[in-house]
Design a protein. Sequence first.
Length: 426
Amino acid sequence: MRVLISAYACEPGKGSEPAVGWKWVEQLSRFHELWVVTRVNNRGSIETFLAGEPLPNVHWIYYDLPRWARFWKRGQRGIHLYYLLWQIGAYFVARKLHRKENLELTHHVTFGQYWIPSLLGLLSIPFVWGPVGGGESAPPGFWREFSAYGKTWETSRDLARGLASFNPILRIAAKRCCIAIATTGQTAERLKKLGARNVTVHPQFGMTTEDIQEFAKLETRRAATPFRLVSIGRLIHWKGFHLGLRGFAKFQQRYPNSEYWITSSGPELTNLKALARELGIEDKVVFWGGFPSLQEVYQKLEECDVLVHPALHEAFGNVCLEAMAAGRPVVCLDLGGPALQVTEETGIKVTATDPEQTVSALAEAFARLADDPTLRLRLGQAARHRAEVDFSWDRKGAWMNAVYSYVTKSSASAGKAELAHVLPES
């Protein structure tokens, strides 16, 4: 088919949103002829990559707002307003392109935030939206433990999402999409409330064969002394590392020969260090700070036994998938994207009712894994298999191709209201 993809963020060799955009384009080009609308500042890295590894089925359209309309944007400052304006401009680019190329389907892949709309649904062809996230929220009982900055951030986020629900463009996007793909159940519910009639849940990220092979090289610590936990990620309030520290403090009373490593940096670093001192575990907690390369981060992962990822709201959580591919069991909260990655066979999901209950449950999970090296090994092996099979980018590409097929066939015959009965399993 002739498909238009909107990928504001799309760059090879990057992480996060740029990687999501690039990987979906790479996968879908296996099946279809693509026209990809992305930002001009992505052009250099894209063309450098394509010089060595071309994607012959992809046509690139680099678009940005006129200079006079973007002089105020500096890095992340003003990015959400700029992104909304970019989507409006990209629609007119897409409309002109559709008239010329007679496109058959449109697909919005990045940014993956449901509350900033795409206008591609206004074209008279089937529209696929997502995977998108952003509907995840921290349970209310956990707010009281956030720093002042954290509470302000959460309040602003809730306000932005609430105001967005009144945006007519957002509601049009929801009502006109043939399928809305959500990264989590919470986002799926928000999409339904906006008027999306056919919603399915599917993770936005995956792993390549090369990724799997590289992580498989990280050896498992069979004689783990000391028993060592690790958390990897930017030190921000909603990552929940304060819960990890409190859980470790309880656990450490019973298992004094244990350590907790925390990598990266962020605005909560000072608060987390103060909490470690207050809990009397500062000599057992290592704050490694940031590393110049991911390989150094993965080296720290190799030196640890279990990944702890107590995020209170997250659409996916790449680090969980990476730890699984490295054969490490994951302890996470039963919330958001991590809860969809981790199963009973690959790690431990902790119910998050309130902070006290969660801290106790984390401590028990740590103890269970410290007591039983055989269990750690079994969970780690199952985690690696799940990362390789269920999160393979090739498999995800085939799944999305099946979505395209169902959308176009069902739109022509059954109508959008009946699409939910023929969606492929995610």
